[in-house]
Ligand binder design. Sequence first.
Ligand code: 8YV
Length: 328
Amino acid sequence: MTQIKPAVLVARAIFPEVLDKLRQHFDVTSNDGDELWSPQEFAQKLQGKAGVLTTGAERVGPELLAACPELRIAANMAVGYNNFDIAAMTARGVQATNAPDVLTETTADFGFALLMATARRIAESEHYLRAGKWTRWSYDMFAGAEVHGSTLGILGMGRIGQAIARRGALGFGMKVIYHNRSRLDAATEAACQARYVSKDELLQTADHVMLVLPYTPDNHHTIGAADIARMKPTATLINIARGGIVDDAALAQALREQRIAAAGLDVFEGEPKVHPDLLTVPNVVLTPHIASATLPTRLAMAMLAADNLIGYLIEGKALTPLNHPASA
Ligand code: 8YV
C-alpha cells in the first residue's frame, strides 16, 4: 500500500540536495524561480501544506495561521526568528523551529571581518583607489582605529556573541566587555575572557561596539540617538543582528556629523531597502545581510531546517524546537 506523503512548501529557492532529501519524505512544492510572494500569495501557496521551510523573511503570524489551518510546522533556516509569532503559533498548535549552532562560527567570522573593514577603513579606501584618486602616499591617509588591544563591547552574548568574544580576546588581545539580558556563568565568562557591564558602561568605554542580540519589540531602537551619543567619538558600531535594533536615521546623522568614527552594517530596518542617508555617508561599510553566507554554512542551515520538518512530521520530534505546542 502506498502511503500519501505529507505536503510541504519550500518558500525560497534552495539547494537541490535539500529538495532531494525532502522529496524522500514529502510531496514538495518548491519555489525554483525564487519568487518573492506577497503575504496573500504565501498563504495561498501554503494551502493544504503540513509544513513550510522559511528563510527568515517570510512572516508566520496570526493572519497566515488562520488562513492555513493545516499547517503543523514552520522551520526557519535562520537562527533569528522574529518573522515568527511564537505565541500565535503555540496557540494554534504549530511547531516553530530555527537553525542554531550551524552558523555560529561563520557568522562570528563575518562580524570580525566587518569590524576590521570598518575600523581600518577598507571599503572607503578601496572606493578611493578604484576612483583613481590615489596619487601619493601620506602619513595619515585612511588612518583608522586600532583593533588589537582595544576594548570590544558586545551587546547580546549568545552563541555568536561568545564566538566573537573568543576571537577578540584570544586572537586580538582585546579587552572584552559585554551586556546581555542575563549574565553568563563564571566558566563561560572565563572561556570568553569577557567582563559583564551595564549597557551604559559598555557604550561609554568600548572602542568597538558589536550588536549580536535578537530582535524583539523590546529591543526596537535599542541603539538610538541617545545611545550613540554615549559612545566615544572614536568608536565604531557594528550591527550583524537585525534591522530595527539600531535607529538607522539617527545613526546616519551621527556618522555624518562624525559623532562616532564609523559603522559596519549587515542588517537594516526595512531591508532590503536601506535608509538613503546611510548610502551617502562615507564612514559606513554596508553589506546585504551576508553574515552567514558561506555555501557550507547555508547548506547546513537548510539541511537543519529540512531535518526539523522530517523530524517533526515523520518521526514526531523536532530537532531544534522554539515552542511546545499542545499538539506536539
Ligand atoms: C540568514 C540570519 O541568512 O540566521 C539568521 O538569523 O540572519 C541569517 O543567517 C537570514 O535570516 C536568512 O535566512
